[in-house]
Design a protein around this ligand. Structure first.
Ligand code: G6P
Length: 368
């Protein structure tokens, strides 16, 4: 291994393990701001006065970060929020609402489709724009009124990991800051969110400590041709991200569904050859997820469940359970991103693929 890699075998593995640091660096600037608009730039106060909704535009993993944000912005700030794949938005006859804040999310700040979507939004009359980006002075933040730079540090592995989880922090901060600005944040909620942010890096470290167990799951996974990922609510985009990671680096075909949609199609694919990964934290939808899981088991599908300590799952024939660390409430999707990254990484290792440079893919797509 090169000097740069230290004890790690791949940049992806190194970057997965850098997440407690990347997150605490990014969280630090949020805590310093006290959820003041200035966190997003000098003109943010003025921008926040103008807007009545949020439109997120992004590609790939950044799009999934935006998909988590939609739940947060609506639930925490009570502000309508849509999210769209940049390459679709840019070619659609959009009915623009100029009072909507355009939020682009791009690790590199150079993705062509996201840049073009931003230009298109501006041509439709959007003036209020925010870029969430990991690379200082790249093209997309330069073209935006407001900027939040995530502090993930350079990301080299093609499959995004630490950039994704730090984007989630930026987006969570946006939801809470908007709530505070609109007078919708109670002192009690503010304390709860601050606590959740402060505890997150430690919980992520505990999630990383699950690596040996996840590696043994990956050994069961690597011979498979297909996998299903299920989640509900704010964890559905994490299921999508888990399926994307697995596809990108292990070349195992994977799909993600919101668990309630299982009965409308994907259940037909389930037999004893189909591993089903379930993200099942102890939230309001847990009982629903449990009944979705019974449907899978009844068809012989093998379940791999990431569950909180208090969601009371036990191992049984065809049901494997890994306990995720103490519940971090509203930031639970960030925490659950870690085990799905590790699962994809170890499945790819088993298969012997080029983890940091998967075939046919590029780190930053600056062409159409
Ligand atoms: C490529 C990368 C992905 C990334 C996507 C968007 O497809 O391989 O990891 O999520 O581009 O990149 P961005 O830099 O705009 O976040």
């Amino acid at each position: 291994a090169s000097l740069e890699l230290g004890p790690y075998n791949h940049f992806m593995q190194k970057e997965i393990h850098e997440q407690p640091k990347a997150l605490s660096d990014t969280i630090e600037q949020v805590l310093e701001s006290g959820f003041a608009p200035s966190l997003f730039g000098d003109h943010a106060q003025n921008v926040f006065e103008q807007i009545d909704s949020v439109q997120i535009l992004a590609c790939g993993t950044s799009y999934y970060a935006g998909s988590v944000a939609r739940y947060w912005v609506e639930a925490i700030a009570g502000v309508p929020c849509s999210v769209e794949i940049a390459s679709e938005y840019r070619y659609r006859d959009v009915v623009a609402n100029p009072k909507s804040l355009i939020v682009t999310i791009s690790q590199s700040g150079e993705t062509l489709d996201t840049m073009e979507a931003l230009k298109y939004a501006k041509s439709l009359g959007h003036e209020e724009t925010l870029s969430i980006c990991n690379v200082q002075e790249s093209a997309i933040p330069r073209a935006s009124k407001l900027v939040f730079y995530t502090r993930a540090g350079a990301e080299i592995g093609v499959a995004s990991t630490k950039a994704f989880t730090t984007q989630l922090i930026a987006l969570f901060a946006l939801a809470v800051t908007l709530a505070k600005f609109k007078g919708k944040l109670t002192a009690e909620k503010e304390t709860e969110y601050l606590e959740a942010l402060r505890h997150l890096p430690g919980s992520v470290q505990h999630a990383l400590n699950l690596e040996p167990q996840i590696k043994s799951w990956a050994e069961k996974f690597s011979p498979k041709d297909h996998a299903l990922f299920l989640g509900r609510g704010v964890h559905y985009p994490i299921a999508l991200e888990g399926a994307l990671k697995l596809k990108e680096i292990s070349y195992i075909h994977a799909e993600a569904y919101p668990a309630g949609e299982l009965k409308h199609g994907p259940l037909a694919l389930v037999d004893e050859k189909m591993p089903v990964v379930v993200i099942a934290p102890n939230d309001a939808l847990l009982e629903k997820v449990k009944s979705n899981m019974q449907e899978v088991r009844a068809r012989g599908g093998e379940l791999f469940v990431f569950a909180d300590l208090d969601s009371h799952f036990s191992e049984s024939e065809g049901v494997h359970v890994i306990r995720t660390p103490r519940h971090v409430g509203v930031l639970s999707p960030v925490l659950h991103a870690i085990p799905v990254q590790l699962l994809a990484y170890h499945a790819a290792l088993q298969k012997g693929t080029d983890v940091d440079k998967p075939r046919n893919l590029a780190k930053s797509v600056t062409v159409e």
